[in-house]
Design a protein around this ligand. Structure first.
Ligand code: UT7
Length: 330
């Protein structure tokens, strides 16, 4: 079997227009701009309007990625959409994207749930389809509308989450030295209740009572998830660097999950990476789960922070618990 390369040929992203600032949140819950900035690094986040959904944001992000990759929807062989907030439990967001883009009938389309690690899990899945020759062009999307499952009376969570989508087009190439060169997928289900939505699934179907009690919203044990993320992020980034026989000096940019600026700073310090080599946009978007590193990758490339030939480490960490890392040569 011939093993191919899987190049990230283009990226795109889309965030809602509407902004929710820390000062807006001060009027909604007992919090302050100073507390949020100091504890999280977040200044504002984007919130979907009534007509928007995770699929509608995903479709625009995908169109932008296809344009950058100079690829037509007809070329796509497979769509993978990472999300924990699909438009509906079924059909998948991926099918809605397939229809909206006008892709060929019969291509593979599926959603993937690995919470904040979802986009990196999807990148790895897409890469392996391409490497083995099962697909030539794969559209990978991370899309969320976390505002739809956030309790805006709970100050411990509502200050964190935002909405948005990011996408990447992966294409088969004969050059195996580009694209994902190493990866790690991880999970630890013993921490599954640290970040969860109690109701609305098959264990506790939605009822008037469950909705009244806000059991369809995200519940998080912030301190425990924080400790896990701090330890896991530095360990996984270091492993990703070692996996390709690189030193940290050779990494042009790390694109970490944007859940808390303190988690990112702590990982950078442990590994000895200067702040300019950690991409950060959390101040503008907060935590957008599966969309987080997808948006960050697109913004980093468009801002010229990384480009063809550069080594980049992308890392997702979150609910499940899950983590996922890729070492990529762009
Ligand atoms: O994407 C998935 C991964 N998610 C994460 O990585 C998130 C990880 N967790 C975190 O980022 C942090 O734990 C939080 C930002 C959620 C919380 O920060 P913290 O420094 O861990 O605060 P804490 O939960 O230990 O709370 C410290 C204090 C408490 O008051 P007392 O008990 O010390 O009096 C909280 O009640 O801060 C209080 N507090 C707030 N005060 C003002 C909690 N939320 C707020 C708030 N505004 N929004």
């Amino acid at each position: 079997m011939t093993i191919h390369g899987a190049l990230i040929a283009g990226t795109g992203s889309c965030v809602p227009e509407r902004q929710l600032t820390n000062f807006d949140l001060e009027k909604m819950v007992d919090t302050s701009n100073d507390w949020i900035v100091q504890r999280t690094g977040i200044h504002e986040r984007r919130i979907a309007s009534a007509g928007e959904s995770s699929a509608s944001l995903a479709i625009i992000a995908a169109q932008r990625a296809l344009a950058t990759a100079n690829t037509s929807p007809a070329e796509i062989d497979l769509i993978i959409c990472a999300t924990i907030t699909p438009d509906m439990p079924t059909p998948s967001n991926a099918c809605l994207i397939q229809q909206a883009l006008g892709c060929r009938r019969g291509i593979g389309a599926m959603d993937l749930n690995a919470a904040c690690s979802g986009f990196v899990y999807a990148l790895v899945t897409a890469t392996n389809f391409i490497k083995t020759g099962s697909a030539k062009t794969v559209l990978v999307v991370g899309a969320e509308t976390l505002s739809r499952i956030t309790d805006y009376t709970d100050r411990s969570t509502c200050i964190l989450f935002g909405d948005g989508a990011g996408a990447a087009v992966l294409k088969q190439t004969t050059d195996r030295s580009v694209g994902v060169q190493a990866f790690e997928l991880g999970s630890d289900g013993t921490g599954s209740m640290l970040l969860h939505v109690p109701a609305g699934g098959s264990r506790q179907p939605a009822t008037a009572e469950s909705v009244g009690a806000k059991l369809h919203t995200l519940k998080m044990s912030g301190r425990e998830v924080f400790k896990f993320a701090v330890a896991q992020m530095s360990e996984s980034i270091q492993k990703a660097i070692n996996a390709c026989g690189l030193t940290s000096d050779q990494i042009k940019l790390v694109i970490p999950h944007q859940s808390n600026a303190r988690i990112i700073d702590s990982a950078a310090t442990k590994i000895g990476l200067t702040a300019d080599r950690m991409f950060v946009n959390i101040h503008r978007y907060g935590n957008t789960s599966a969309a987080s590193v997808a948006i960050a990758l697109d913004e980093a490339i468009r801002a010229g922070r990384c480009g063809p030939g550069d080594w980049v480490v992308i890392i997702g960490i979150g609910g499940g618990l899950t983590w996922a890392t890729v070492t990529v040569k762009l």
